[in-house]
Design a binder for this molecule. Structure first.
Ligand SMILES: *Cc1c(COP(=O)(O)O)cnc(C)c1O
Length: 420
């Protein structure tokens, strides 16, 4: 089956109940029926729901669907995108280890990796994901993960994915790609050999800014990379917290299984069944929406590029964008999602534009069906010194736009009057 069909059907047999919409199992726990069945579930001799912190039938369907749409083997849904990023990293790295993270990632991922994880003994090294030039030099025997975004938020940078995967595989290091902005409709990192994909499903997968969530998905074949790999003893040696279980000896996708049995068990960043249901609804229409987001963003990028008061526009989908060759190489039909950046003369003019728009909302979110405009220098990045801002590719006059699904002509008219 093709991706669009899988997004609508995988994981749910409607003959079970005859309901067209997936049921929401709003429950905390499950009746085991017998002591034996309960014991078998806990011993992993049988698989089934135990307690909603670990699994839930509605969430199971969402997990099966997102795994399928990403072209992966298995998925774990989490309470937020951030907990998905955290789980992916700490499923691989422990105190004393290091991780290598792209210089162009979501601001929250930077604070998590460079500051908070450091408090727990995990060191973070930064690499330039556009060239992947210094990546190989940074890898040592304690390196456990290489993390990057397929289309970075907010810079809309596209990494040198082929080179990153090649170097990682040379050293048997696991790669993690945050595919939130591109979504599996435009790009499927696992098909290029990336090992793990993470998502903030709060963005395009939800699509309407109505719920926070996340997911991690493992590549089919990742088990083979982990089995016997001396970097990852946690998968190959007995787990004392699970009566000596050895993940490498089980016939299951072990990255996801360990994230569920160990991390979800102990940290509890569980999605609510209702939110899982919202993400199932979102996945059903994702392919239609991503095309429209991309089409609208393309039109707006083209308009802004021709405007005399706009200094520059960054949108990889535009034919004359400096990253267009990468959009062509990696993304479906060169579509590059709904996110774009443009720059005007200064801080004050940028703020005036935000205050003058009527359809765009001044919000720090992306991926909503309603258009959003943000001025990083006065909001998300206002504590960052000018030199560091510039290093992150953000100037005082930079504006980020998440183009929604309104009529593009209305959006252009709104920007036109705001730019006067
Ligand atoms: C929003 C976002 C996150 C964090 O996700 P939440 O759902 O807000 O916790 C991580 N990565 C990217 C690329 C994002 O845009």
């Amino acid at each position: 089956m093709k991706q669009e069909t899988r997004a609508l059907h995988v994981g749910y047999d409607k003959n079970d109940f005859g309901t067209m919409s997936v049921p929401i199992y709003q429950t905390t726990a499950y009746d085991f029926g017998s002591a034996d069945h309960a014991a078998n579930l806990f011993a992993l001799k049988e698989l089934g729901p135990i307690y909603t912190r670990l699994n839930n039938p509605t969430t199971d369907i969402f997990e099966a669907r997102i795994a399928s749409v990403e072209g992966g083997e298995a998925a774990l849904a989490t309470a937020s995108g951030h907990s998905a990023v955290l789980f992916a990293l700490i499923n691989l790295a422990s105190a004393g280890d290091n991780i290598i993270v792209s210089n162009k990632v979501y601001g929250g991922t930077t604070t998590l990796t460079t500051h908070t994880l450091k408090r727990f003994g995990i060191n973070c090294k930064i690499f330039d994901s556009s060239s992947a030039e210094n990546l190989e030099d940074l890898i040592d025997e304690d390196t456990k993960a290489i993390f990057f975004e397929s289309l970075s938020n907010p810079q809309v940078a596209i990494p040198n994915i082929d080179k990153i995967v090649e170097i990682a595989n040379k050293y048997d290091v696991v790669t993690i790609c945050d595919n939130t902005v591109a979504t599996p409709i435009l790009f499927q990192p696992l098909s290029l050999g990336v090992d793990v994909v993470v998502h903030s499903t709060s963005k395009y997968i939800n699509g309407q800014g109505s719920a926070l969530g996340g997911a991690l998905i493992q590549r089919l074949g990742l088990n083979d990379k982990l089995i016997g790999n001396i970097r990852y003893s946690q998968f190959n040696e007995p787990d004392p917290s699970y009566h000596g279980l050895i993940y490498a000896q089980l016939p299951f996708p072990m990255f996801i299984l360990r994230a569920r049995l160990s991390l979800m068990r102990d940290f509890g960043a569980t999605p609510s069944p209702f939110n899982s249901w919202l993400f199932i609804q979102g996945l059903e229409t994702l392919h239609v929406r991503m095309k429209e987001h991309s089409k609208n963003a393309y039109k707006i990028a083209k308009y802004l590029k021709s405007h005399p008061k706009v200094i520059s526009v960054s949108y990889p989908g535009l034919e004359d964008d400096r990253q267009h060759h990468l959009a062509q190489k990696y993304f479906k039909d060169s579509m590059s999602s709904g996110l774009l950046n443009f720059e005007v003369e200064d801080f004050e003019f940028a703020k005036k534009i935000l205050d003058s728009t009527k359809i765009f909302s001044v919000v720090v979110n992306i991926g909503d069906s309603k258009s959003i405009i943000t001025h990083p220098a006065s909001t998300t990045h206002n504590q960052v010194p000018i030199e560091e801002l510039e290093k992150a590719g953000i100037n005082p006059g930079s504006i980020r736009v998440s183009v929604g699904l309104e009529n593009a002509d209305d959006l252009i008219k709104d920007l036109e009057q705001a730019l006067e």
